[in-house]
Write a protein that binds this ligand. Sequence first.
Ligand code: MG
Ligand code: ZN
Length: 216
Amino acid sequence: MEIKVLKDILGANDQMARNNQQLLDKHNVFAVNLMASPGAGKTSLVLETIKALQGKVRVGVIEGDISSTFDSELIAGQGVPVVQINTGGECHLDASMICNALDNLPLADIDLLLVENVGNLVCPAEFNLGEHCKVVVASVPEGDDKPIKYPAMFLIANAVVLNKTDLLPYVKFDSDRFREAVRGVNRKLDIFEVSCTTGDGIDRWVSWLLSQMGRK
Ligand code: MG
Ligand code: ZN
């Protein structure tokens, strides 16, 4: 019974996600779903990506948080169109929330839509939003065993960004062990090591994004 209810919910969500993707395609918008645990640096990655693409690609942002508008204020400060979704307790974004947000974005003026999901490594993996690619953001202080503990997220992703590499000298984190753990779950994942603090590695991440958009 409960399993059937969950299937119905996810089925309705998938239908809505397909509608979202049709709308995005109509306006030539490439959408990326950024997922991570709280504090991995999703917003910092969004900000660094906006800066790196300035003058090349028009970026728009959807910020998902349980509450607050801190992150969307930071994004708006970059002069980029942004919609904040406050889920009011829900620990993930779903396709209907994205549908509402798309109504409030100037899609004709956006090439790349970065969707920052709610900080959570579990259920965002279950909910398609209509995005064209899914990216997991991990970070050095979280430890090198994240892919083993949260395999579902790494299984469905197209790429992993490992953030906060500037902390590697101070934290017990084995990059080879992390890479092995990622490959153990999903051999096809591209892995990008970056530091949003120093800017290291952002160029490789951004050129991958551009190649996904068919722009390179
Ligand atoms: Mg954030
Ligand atoms: Zn959830």
